[in-house]
Design a protein around this ligand. Structure first.
Ligand code: NAD
Length: 349
């Protein structure tokens, strides 16, 4: 029997790279497309297209001959990138253009199913002011009031996929990811998220020294280990439920608590110091009632286990003194074609 051919958009990124590996292990034929190759390992995809999905021609070529599409490409980063306001226009323009292109050309070429990666960032800021009791049930998304333009673009694109489902019968699956972390994720350069940033700071600090965290550390979040993210994603894709549905952990922790956890994993004696920085909402946690009821499954791994695997990987990167990872500014990139040589592998530019 012919193997199902699937496209992973954003296959050079953190979640996309892990997803490609998972799909290959499940027996799919996989085409990846991204502006860049994965940073920390070689791709497992059968075919990897270096290309810019803002370019209609690239999007049309990428979906050609595919049956399913996993759309994870987005202009994103940690709080230091998406919450400062400096990149709002670029973030919205780039990500919306990618979704418009992939969905329309995918529809025209007869794609059977689309997966779309939305985010917990779509939830209203006013429901996340109490760090002890954030509200993130799926229906609480409306009336909408995300705290970032990144979140507004995600909400727009969710609605775009749902509109294609209503008007064209396109089969879509939409997940709202909550802070995914793990090995092979960006760990420096300004786009890294809190778990990776804290692991790096702890790994770099001499014992007896200190690490800095943004804010007083009382803001809360939950963090989901990459393997469970990919598991939830695949279960959603194979289900008959379009979503949107949260894929996240319900194990909420303060940022100070996370720093203490990583310090204890490291075995070092370190002080924690607060410095000003972009914070985002006061509290956020996944609400897994819907995923449990619709998929009969929800993430259940322990944060400490995922953080240990992540700390060990980042400590090894720090020890190997890897050069700072590329914090590529997409607005500075020129559209590129299929030539791998057009994009430097992993450089600061
Ligand atoms: P990532 O930045 O590692 O991966 C995104 C990839 O998209 C990158 O490799 C990037 O080069 C690629 N890309 C960007 N613009 C492109 C373009 N014009 N053409 C082709 N490729 C392009 O991010 P990730 O953490 O792997 O996230 C994947 C998806 O999940 C994103 O849509 C993100 O918004 C969403 N998400 C992630 C998290 C998380 O915690 N990681 C949380 C919520 C939502």
């Amino acid at each position: 029997m012919a193997r199902t051919r699937v496209l992973v958009c954003g296959a050079g990124g953190f979640i996309g790279g892990h997803l490609v590996g998972r799909l290959k292990r499940e027996g799919f034929w996989v085409r990846g497309v991204d502006l860049k190759y994965p940073e920390f390992s070689s791709t497992e995809a059968d075919e990897f297209v270096i290309g810019d999905l803002r370019d209609q021609k690239i999007a049309a070529e990428a979906v050609d001959g595919m049956q399913d599409v996993y759309q994870l490409a987005a202009d994103m980063g940690g709080a230091g990138y998406i919450f400062t306001g400096e990149h709002d226009a670029v973030v919205m323009h780039n990500s919306a253009t990618i979704n418009l292109n992939v969905l329309e050309y995918g529809r025209q070429s007869g794609i059977a199913r689309f997966f779309y990666s939305s985010s917990a960032c779509i939830y209203p800021a006013h429901n996340q002011e109490d760090p002890g009791n954030p509200i993130c049930s799926e229906e609480s998304a409306y009336p909408a009031a995300p705290d970032s333009e990144y979140g507004w673009e995600k909400l727009f694109s969710e609605r775009l996929y749902l509109a294609y489902m209503r008007n064209y019968g396109t089969r879509v699956r939409i997940a709202r990811f909550h802070n995914i972390f793990g090995p092979q994720g960006t760990w420096d350069g300004g786009r890294e998220k809190a778990p990776a940033a804290i692991c790096r700071k702890v790994a770099q600090a001499p014992t007896g020294g200190s690490i800095e965290i943004w804010g007083d550390g009382t803001q809360t979040r939950s963090f989901l280990y990459i393997d469970e993210c990919v598991e939830g994603l695949r279960r959603l894709m194979e289900s008959d439920f379009p979503g949107p549905v949260n894929i996240g952990s319900e194990e909420m922790i303060s940022i100070r608590g996370l720093a203490e956890l990583v310090i204890s994993i490291s075995g070092k004696q370190l002080r924690i110091e607060s410095i000003p920085g972009p914070l985002g909402v006061r509290g956020r946690n996944s609400d897994n009632r819907l995923i449990r009821s619709r998929l009969g499954w929800a993430p259940s791994g322990r944060l400490a286990d995922g953080m240990k695997a992540t700390y060990d990987w980042i400590r090894d990167q720090v020890l190997a003194a890897k050069p700072a990872s590329a914090s590529r500014r997409l607005d500075q990139q020129k559209p590129v074609g299929r030539t791998a040589a057009a994009i430097p592998h992993s450089s600061d530019d």
